[in-house]
Design a protein around this ligand. Structure first.
Ligand code: FAD
Length: 357
């Protein structure tokens, strides 16, 4: 029976372990420095919104496209996953086309994106219904994930399939091969280390950098999710609102600061985030100012950005077969099932002679 060690317990590691564990032949152990329940600047997944706003172009759409059906199923049929449906309202300002966020949201802002036939109820917003600052807009049914519920849900699903979880801090990716719960050497190691893939021995991927996201979590309820293509407060500031399922609060964002490892929320950035949010959705405070926001907490997460694209590939490192699945930037949840499927295909391929597939 093949032994597999997955390194990482963020959304990428847990989803990959879950899909692998569905094959009863595979014995899966997860090892990670951080687990659900931890809030740490080195651990991105708890900080995410998280919703489904596709950002890949048509050519690279496989990961996000293949993820939608599972997120839709979870929102529809599995209340304990902590995911619900919400309308996503996208406003586009033509002047943001060349800005960092305008580029990042290029496909999202298109009137004919690839995902218009994937998500339900996609439609263009008539100009009479747009706010004065927006040149165009669209709306569709999306989902919002309460990460504080969903990550433990994934753990539960993994454990039900016999996955063992262990706390370990690795210096080198090849060390993972000796950490399988069986005591035997792992046949394959799956690397889901997110941003720390830039610092882990045997990987040291210098293309992986943080894209810092500062957020404010509030109790106020917007009734829908809102995103705008850019802000007038600087190229690395963004404006979005999403209400998490199951009492998870509402996330107000944010920033997209490439290369910044700063872990502490900046107070003046927080004020700008809140001001933009009440302008974007006056219903959030019943038309009042930011003093009417009920703040739960301020936070910072670092998106594991790899500008040349996510790394899903197999590599031999010091004699150990390693399948990589890292570098998801700001779309790790909305691409989680597609990427985990891709990583699982590579594991299946690497184990072909050994497993009865
Ligand atoms: P992580 O969650 O960082 O997990 C990495 C794991 O690897 C951890 O368990 C860590 O301990 C482990 N690890 C690393 N190095 C070692 C080591 N040496 N030894 C042992 N263990 C190690 N995505 C969306 O899809 N939709 C959104 O709406 C969205 N909103 C976001 C908003 C913000 C503010 C932020 C910050 C991110 C957002 N994202 C969103 C992006 C998403 O959060 C990330 O893409 C995703 O969480 C990355 O997950 P990961 O599992 O790859 O990495």
């Amino acid at each position: 029976m093949p032994n597999i060690v997955v390194v990482g317990a963020g959304v990428s590691g847990l989803t990959t372990a879950l899909l692998l564990s569905k094959n009863p032949e595979y014995k899966v152990t997860i090892v990670a420095k951080h687990m659900p329940g931890d809030y740490d600047i080195e651990y991105t997944s708890p900080w995410a919104g998280a919703n489904y706003l596709p950002v890949s172009n048509k050519a690279g759409s496989r990961w996000e496209k293949d993820t939608w059906p599972e997120l839709e199923r979870l929102a529809r049929d599995i209340p304990e996953a902590g995911i619900h449906f919400q309308d996503a309202i996208i406003y586009n300002r033509t002047k943001d086309a060349q800005a960092t966020t305008g580029q990042w949201f290029n496909e999202l802002l298109s009137p004919t994106p690839w995902f218009k036939s994937v998500v339900p109820n996609f439609r263009i917003i008539p100009s009479a219904e747009l706010p004065s600052y927006a040149d165009s807009g669209s709306v569709f049914t999306s989902v919002c994930i309460n990460t504080a519920v969903y990550l433990p849900y994934l753990i539960g699903q993994c454990r039900a399939n016999g996955v063992v979880l262990k706390r370990e801090v690795l210096k080198h990716i090849s060390d993972a091969a000796s950490l399988h719960a069986s005591g035997s050497k792992a046949d394959v190691v799956v690397n889901c280390t997110g941003l720390l893939a830039s610092k882990l021995g045997g990987v040291m991927d210098k293309d992986v950098i943080p894209a810092r996201g500062q957020i404010v979590v509030v109790r106020n309820t917007p009734g829908a999710m809102f995103t705008v293509s850019g802000t007038d407060d600087g190229d690395d500031e963004v404006s979005y609102i999403m209400q998490r399922a199951a009492g998870g609060g509402t996330i107000l964002g944010g920033t997209y600061q490439k290369g910044s490892w700063e872990s502490q929320p900046d107070p003046s950035t927080a004020i700008r985030i809140m001001k933009r949010a009440v302008e974007l959705c006056p219903a959030l405070t019943g038309g009042k100012g930011i003093e009417a926001l009920s703040v739960i907490r301020h936070g910072v997460g670092l998106r594991p950005l790899r500008e040349k694209g996510v790394r899903i590939e197999t590599e031999k490192v010091e004699g150990v077969t390693v399948v990589h699945n890292y570098g998801h930037g700001g779309w790790g949840y909305q691409g989680s099932y597609g990427c985990a499927e891709g990583a699982k295909e590579l594991v299946d391929e690497a184990l072909k002679p050994k497993a009865k597939l």
